[in-house]
Design a protein around this ligand. Structure first.
Ligand code: AMP
Ligand code: ZN
Ligand code: FE
Ligand code: FE
Length: 274
């Protein structure tokens, strides 16, 4: 089983890279791609743990970007050679911007009467962490301000909520270039979630090689439709559980969505040749 989408404490996941790989071994994954938001900072530790535990760990990233038509998109990047995946400058910039954004979100929450002290978010955070809205959603839940993790997005943190602040973004072609320049391959993450069907052909022309067809938020109908789209355009297929750590109703379990072998074989082949 191959799971090509997962998060660690280097972004908004709940497990450290080593813990995540331990869990991957437990559930019987042969391949796991670690794809934290805007950082590869957790991948070296994950790869080392994978060597110990017999799990093939792929160095990956999930970059927040925007299409040429102005739609938000997550671009997944996969690097065949972790030594060539140096993104230190980009990561440092994003880490700072995401930190400032978290403060801005807390200010907006305070303005509507929801006071969360910044220490609640930042104390105990992994020093590599690319902080995001899930950290704030967890604090809202722990503070009794919302009924569930999901409710935090519905009431406060989502695009129409009073505390919404967009994350820093580059354009999708820039994200594709950033990954390709380091020998990597890119995929459009969860296109159904971001309503990106109309953008896939253009993204392909801009250098995005694959579509994340298999994702927990995709129905069987979505999967059939996207398989048709990639077939027509000659794109690769990726997929995974988008695991963030299964806690208090957050998302799906590790390995619950995997990439079928025939698609993995083609993807691995392209990655090796990239
Ligand atoms: P950020 O990069 O800080 O904008 O956070 C994006 C992350 O927040 C996603 O990867 C999901 O983990 C989570 N997220 C975004 N919207 C929702 C939602 N409506 N319900 C639950 N989680 C969400
Ligand atoms: Zn996330
Ligand atoms: Fe995503
Ligand atoms: Fe993700």
């Amino acid at each position: 089983m191959r799971d090509l989408h997962s998060h660690t404490t280097a972004s908004d996941g709940l497990l450290s890279p080593s813990e995540l790989v331990g869990r991957a071994a437990e559930v019987g994954l042969r391949t796991l791609a670690v794809t934290d938001h805007d950082t590869v900072a957790g991948t070296a530790e994950a790869i080392a743990a994978g060597r110990e535990l017999g799990v093939e760990v792929i160095c990956g990233i999930e970059i927040s970007a925007v299409t040429t038509c102005g739609r938000n998109i997550h671009v997944l990047g996969y690097f065949p050679d972790p030594d060539r995946s140096d993104l230190a400058g980009f990561q440092r910039e994003r880490q700072q911007e995401r930190h400032d954004r978290a403060i801005e979100i807390l200010d907006k929450l305070a303005a509507v009467g929801v006071v969360i002290p910044p220490e609640t978010i930042f104390d105990g955070l992994d020093e590599r962490c690319s902080v995001g809205r899930p950290h704030i959603a967890r604090a809202l839940l722990a503070g009794g301000h919302v009924a569930s993790f999901r409710d935090a997005f519905d009431r406060y943190l989502g695009p129409s909520g009073p505390a919404y602040v967009d994350s820093p973004r580059m354009t999708a072609p820039e994200a594709a270039d950033l990954v390709q320049a380091r020998g990597g391959v890119t995929s459009v993450a969860h296109p159904r979630v971001d309503d990106l069907d109309a953008a896939i052909a253009e993204l392909h022309r801009q250098g995005v090689a694959a579509v994340e067809v298999f994702h927990p938020n995709h129905t069987n109908t979505d999967i059939r439709r996207y398989l048709g789209v990639v077939d027509e355009l000659g794109m690769l297929v990726t997929g995974g559980s988008d695991y963030h750590g299964t806690d208090k109703g957050e998302g799906s379990d590790l390995g619950s969505v995997t990439l079928p072998e025939e698609h993995f074989a083609r993807f691995a082949d392209a990655l090796a040749k990239a």
